[in-house]
Write a protein that binds this ligand. Structure first.
Ligand SMILES: [Zn+2]
Length: 140
């Protein structure tokens, strides 16, 4: 796995994702946000889509990909991060779940993903495809 250091723009994406949390949300259960930076530099954020029935939720990475879906063919996602508001770690960055790794590699296979490794207390970015070896492929 090729770990790359973050630059100032990458840390800015983390800050934007964290800054998206607001009391304007209809419920107090949207505790995860994700941010994407497109090739143009445009940044978008989205929230976990929680539901009273917990098995029906959609992760923040999925909602933010949905928000940029109509423009990523011309302006692809180059970086994605998810943050948990209540996480007590320094950066609040959380790794994408397995389901999101499928979404990310489907819609942004060229993107990097910001990862915080609690064991080493290190933050870095890696290619999305390295997070999902032997990706699912539908049989034809
Ligand atoms: Zn997920």
């Amino acid at each position: 796995m090729n770990k790359q250091p973050l630059d100032n723009q990458d840390f800015e994406l983390i800050e934007k994702a964290l800054g998206a949390f607001t009391s304007e949300l209809p419920k107090d259960w949207h505790g995860v946000s994700a941010g994407v930076r497109l090739k143009s530099g445009h940044i978008e954020t989205g929230f976990v889509l929680e539901c009273e029935n917990p098995i029906l939720g959609a992760c923040a990475e999925q909602t933010v990909i949905g928000k940029v879906l109509e423009i990523i063919k011309q302006d692809p996602i180059e970086l994605i991060v998810a943050v948990r508001e209540r996480d007590e770690t320094k950066y609040k960055v959380i790794p994408p779940c397995g389901r999101c790794r499928e979404f990310i590699t489907d819609y942004a296979p060229q993107a990097d993903v910001i990862i915080f490794d609690k064991e080493s207390d290190d933050i870095f970015k890696v290619s999305a495809t390295t997070l999902l070896p032997f990706k699912y492929q539908a049989m034809e």
